[in-house]
Each structure stands twice: as structure tokens, then as C-alpha cells.
Design a binder for this molecule. Sequence first.
Ligand code: PEP
Ligand code: MN
Length: 286
Amino acid sequence: MLNAKLATQSNPNHNTIVPLSEQVAFGGRELVIIGGPCSVESRSQMETVATELKAAPVQALRGGVYKPRTSPYAFQGLGDEGLEILSEVRQRHNIPVVTEVMSIGQIEEIVAHADMLQVGSRNMQNFDLLKALGQVKKPILLKRGLAATIEEFVMAAEYILSHGNPHVVLCERGIRSFDTYTRNVLDLGAVVALKQLTHLPVIVDPSHAVGKRELVAPLVRAAVACGADGLIVECHPEPEKSVSDARQALSLEDMVSLVHSLRPVAASVGRVVPEFNSFSQLAAVA
Ligand code: PEP
Ligand code: MN
């Protein structure tokens, strides 16, 4: 593996635990499940997502506000207004939120309002961004580049680690291949390899990998079976109406059933799907 020093596994029994909040961490026995829409679209959309996903439960919400779109004419995200919505939902429901950072200039604002910063596939080798994220005191969700080798992926993580931030979670989200039936090809072999090569938590995004909602659930279960530490799955109150990535969005009901269906799979590989999250505990106290 090239010259990675910090990302690679020197002691096979050592796994880095990456904290997301006081109650939630990646890399332990408990899986971390992140759910939510591709894009933050409105206050009421995110309010519904937070309320409905309590039943799953999920441990964190996702929602893009600065969106990397193939076409400059497509919806680019709500920007600062979206971040404000995310921040309000985070506080009201006491749930961690994850959102994508596209440029160095966005880091400060996102750090102030989110619990984890996502580096999208298209920015996996934006080395200046990675170096800047090395100075951040929040965990980074690093997604694999569209056509990145496992080695390039590990070296991208090395950039963040070597610039001072030890809290990196790797995310396999599918790589490009010749077949257009699925949006990308979910590389579960990479999940297993990354767990062996590195000490970092590895999670799986089946949504961007396959691009079709009917293919998501079985791959989520396969990801857990092969050792993933968590999942990030796109879901929406009205999936067909999603402003971005509608074809791959699950309904909120399907997301809740999916989490329930994971319990026996997790148990079979010695992992646990948490029964509670911080916000459902809060509700229980109230
Ligand atoms: C996303 O998570 O919404 C996203 C754009 O993902 P990726 O960078 O993996 O395409
Ligand atoms: Mn998306």
C-alpha cells in the first residue's frame, strides 16, 4: 500500500472508534445508521424525516445543502438556508447531522452547524480540501471516488489524518463500470479489504451505488453481513418527488422496516442495531 503510515492497520486487533456525538460512535459493536434525503428541500420535509425516522431508529440524519450536480442547471442545494434548517432539526430532535462540504470556504459554517462533514465522491482527491479538513475538530465521512482504486482511497484518508484529524470514516458508494443497469457497482470486496488494510471504520452507501430503490435493502443487509460499521441510506417523505436522486430514495416507512430487518443479520456477525438513539431516549424522558 504505497506509503500510507497512519491509515494502515499495524495491529489487527486495533479499530479506531470515531465519535459522532456523546451517544454515537463508528467502529464499535453498534452499527451506525444514517438516513435522510439526498438534499434538504424544506423545513417541513426535514421535520417529517426526523419525526418518522425516530421509529427506525437511525442514529444520524443526512441531507445535502451544497450539492455537487453533474449539470450546472440542476438544483444546486439550498445552501446557507438549508444548513439553517439542518441545524434547527438537529437541535430540536437532538440528533447528529451529516452534510457535504464542497469547498474550503464552506468548512467554517458547516462545522458550526453539523456533526460530521462529508467529502463527496467527486472531491475525494481534492487535496487542498482534504488538507483543510485535517485541521477540523469534527469527524469526516470520506466517500470513495467514482473511479478511485482502494489505494487512492486510503491515500485520500491519509491526507486528512496526516494533517491532524484522526476521525475519518470511509464510505464505499459504488464505482463506475460498464453496466448502466445500476448507477454504479457496489464494491463489497473493497469493504472487506479496507477493514483489513486500515483501522478506520467503513460504512456503505447502497443508494448511490445502485441508484434504484428496489435494490437497496438486500445490499444493506449484505453490507452488514460483510462487516460494514454502518450505513448511509437516502430516504424521503415522498420519494418520487425528491428534487435530486428520486429514483433511489426509499420511503420513510421502507427505511424503518429496513432497519428492523437488519437485526438478525447484525446479530449473526456479532454486531448490534441500536434500539435507541439520543433523540428517542430524550422522547422517553419527556
Ligand atoms: C450524496 O451523498 O448525496 C452524494 C452526492 O454522494 P456521492 O458523492 O457518493 O455521489
Ligand atoms: Mn444523492
